[in-house]
Design a protein around this ligand. Structure first.
Ligand SMILES: Cc1ncc(COP(=O)(O)O)c(C=O)c1O
Length: 430
């Protein structure tokens, strides 16, 4: 079928293949790309006319699917006013409205908002905030602790706190800053808690806290590092340890934010507030790249009263009005559409994946909120499995040993069934 697509496509796939880099691919032996004509709701229409049910929400971003009337209207309305205006010395209502909503809905105490362009940049900003915070207090705390199997983005500071073994550290090891890594939280979300799960982090902090600026983690769900769901008590204890050892806590909710795990923010599973919070991906409902880093007043004021007197970051497209306007429409929809019922319903539907548990190829199945994961015993060959899924009429992009879905919140029972059936079929064939 991929031949058919290549022969009939109007989108110049050959040019694409010769000249355009896609994520994590080779320029000489790229895996096939499928040409998309349009997308609406939970359906992606390929140029060949085939319709695929979307299981990925375009990597966690499209909360309400594609071509969403309210988001389209917000974009068009904002375009006629201004799509962009510099944020240095100027401001606008969409940014103020968005900041107000974020301050209101995020865990308590996060009152200061820094807008940026993408998730990785939001992480860079968070790490710079932590460094500048301690600099302002004349403390030489310049290292971070991160979790093994964590993922925080592809820029350099983000890479320096991303899993050192399963990621790209090795390639850039002479350039990536050296940080500390604690063991992956070993107690799963629904297992019985044991205090010994904190031993490694406790030891690292007790031995090195004088150098540590912050602990950075993805709360509850470690995404790209293995789709691992860990126990809320870990997060609660990590917060307490950070307080005990005078270390900031950065929560990276770029993937987990806005309801995906069954709470509006994953920190709520443990009822904690971080000192710094990173948001991205779903903030604009997947319409455009945008992100925010929120900080407590204490962090913001300490930085502002320090040597530099300012926080030293200011991207060109900071506070982009078009993105803010779409984010406002997206969050309005999220908060008024009873997201909790939508996510709970998806969670129940995704439990159908549990039938895969009995298959020889499958190691484990887990579901949390609107995330469904089938972990295989062996890694998959991406091009082959991708083709199988397309032939079954679904868009699912596995990595390594993981087949996972996080569909748009509006996915219907029938659409979820199609996604789950396709996963079962593929697992059966492995
Ligand atoms: C937890 C987490 N942090 C940061 C990022 C980086 O975000 P972006 O790809 O928008 O730079 C990602 C992306 O997958 C992520 O999952």
């Amino acid at each position: 079928m991929s031949n058919l697509i290549i022969n009939t496509a109007k989108i110049d796939l050959e040019y694409d293949k010769q000249h355009i880099w896609h994520p994590y691919t080779s320029m000489t032996t790229p895996i096939p790309c499928y040409p998309v004509e349009s997308a609406s709701g939970c359906e992606i229409t390929l140029e060949t006319g085939e319709i695929l049910i979307d299981g990925m929400s375009s990597w966690w971003a499209c909360l309400f699917g594609y071509n969403v009337a309210e988001l389209n209207a917000a974009a068009v309305n904002q375009l006629s006013k201004m799509s962009h205006i510099m944020f240095g010395g100027l401001t606008h209502q969409p940014a103020v409205d968005l900041a107000k909503t974020l301050v209101e809905i995020t865990p308590v105490g996060l009152d200061k908002v820094f807008f940026s362009d993408s998730g990785s940049v939001a992480v860079e900003v968070a790490m710079k905030m932590a460094l500048q915070y301690w600099q302002s207090l004349d403390k030489n705390k310049t290292k971070f602790i991160a979790l093994k199997k964590g993922y925080h983005g592809d820029t350099f500071a983000a890479m320096s706190v991303t899993d050192p073994e399963g990621s790209m550290h090795e390639l850039y090891q002479d350039f990536v800053a050296k940080n500390y890594f604690t063991e992956q939280p070993c107690i799963h979300f629904d297992q019985e808690w044991q205090d010994s799960a904190m031993d490694d982090l406790t030891k690292l902090l007790s031995e090195n806290h004088q150098q540590i600026a912050a602990l950075i983690l993805e709360p509850i769900v470690q995404g790209a590092g293995g789709m691992h769901f860990y126990h809320p008590h870990y997060l609660k204890s990590a917060r307490a340890l950070c307080d005990q050892y005078n270390v900031l806590l950065i929560a990276d909710e770029i993937a987990t934010g806005f309801g995906r795990t069954g709470k509006l923010f994953a920190c709520e599973h443990a009822q904690i507030s971080p000192d710094i919070l990173c948001l991205g991906k779903a903030i604009t409902g997947g319409y455009m790249s945008f992100a925010a880093t929120l900080a407590t007043t204490q962090v913001a004021n300490t930085i502002s009263e320090g040597k530099a007197g300012v926080f030293m970051h200011g991207p060109t497209f900071m506070g982009n009005p078009l993105a803010c306007a779409v984010a406002n429409a997206n969050l309005k929809k999220l908060l008024s559409d009873d997201w909790q019922s939508l996510v709970n319903h998806l969670s129940t539907l995704l439990s159908q994946l549990k039938v895969c548990q009995d298959l020889d190829s499958v190691k484990a199945v887990r579901v949390l909120g609107a995330i469904g994961v089938v972990e295989l015993n062996n890694p998959v060959e991406l091009a082959t499995i991708q083709k199988q899924f397309v032939e079954l009429g679904v868009w699912i992009r596995p990595f390594g040993k993981l087949i996972y879905v996080m569909p748009p919140y509006i996915a219907s029972e029938k659409q979820i069934k199609k996604l789950c059936d396709a996963i079962y079929q593929v697992c059966l064939s492995i």
